[in-house]
Design a protein around this ligand. Structure first.
Ligand SMILES: [Zn+2]
Ligand SMILES: [Zn+2]
Length: 226
């Protein structure tokens, strides 16, 4: 079986790869997440902060989350600065005002630091949405000129992300129960699919453990060398 095949999109050929874990040719813009152990449609990235993949069905909520966080940081920073200004007017010096409300100073520092993070992320994703790219495509195709395959113009790109109806999710790892296929046969539900699933899960666990051990060994070596 070929490892990849060419598919036509907007008159341009796009390579789609075969996923060994999920056993199918990935749809366009789909990628396999090793953490979630699943293929993810319109894969953007695996977000360790929210603990799941950002893809087709939650990208708009992810963007609303980071953009509203950035707005909140701006708001809290501005209100704290305004409060310090009022106190400065009352006390006559900014040092006395800061001493009178240390919480405002802490909030300003906190929001300032976090604004770089969430604000930067918001602007980066605004750029990505405007050009119809995912983070994954942007990082992978940085050197090539293949980033703009899905670009349909600024307005259409925004409409696609925020206002298109999204089909319900497909569970690529759903297992077929034998008694579901043949109702009334009186067979016990322990089918071949279940056994295979168990084997594969066990293998994934083993791989993870081996990976962890290798990491520990390399870390130990680093410590010894240092
Ligand atoms: Zn996969
Ligand atoms: Zn993931």
């Amino acid at each position: 079986m070929p490892r990849s095949k060419d598919e036509l999109f907007n008159g341009r050929t796009v390579k789609v790869k075969y996923c060994d874990t999920c056993k199918f040719y990935r749809p366009l813009r789909c990628s396999h997440c090793s953490v979630c152990d699943n293929c993810v449609e319109r894969f953007d990235h695996h977000c360790p902060w929210v603990g799941q993949c950002i893809g087709l069905r939650n990208y708009r909520y992810f963007f609303l989350f980071i953009s509203s966080s950035a707005l909140l940081c701006c708001f809290v920073f501005a209100m704290s600065a305004l409060y310090i200004k009022f106190l400065t007017d009352d006390y006559g010096s900014i040092w006395k005002a800061m001493k009178a409300s240390p919480v405002s100073v802490i909030l300003m520092a906190y929001c300032f630091i976090f604004l770089w993070f969430v604000g930067g992320l918001t602007f980066f994703h605004l750029y990505l949405i405007g050009t119809n790219q995912t983070t994954y495509e942007n990082f992978r195709n940085r050197r090539e000129d293949s980033n703009r395959v899905y670009d349909r113009g600024l307005l259409n790109n925004f409409l696609e992300v925020f206002f298109t109806k999204v089909k319900p999710s497909i569970n690529f790892h759903a297992y077929v129960q034998e008694n579901e296929l043949r109702p009334g046969t009186g067979l016990t539900p322990v089918g071949e699919a279940d056994c295979l699933a168990g084997d594969r899960r066990a293998k994934v666990e083993d791989d993870r453990e081996i990976g962890g051990d290798l990491l520990k060994i390399s870390q130990r070596r680093d410590v010894e060398e240092a």
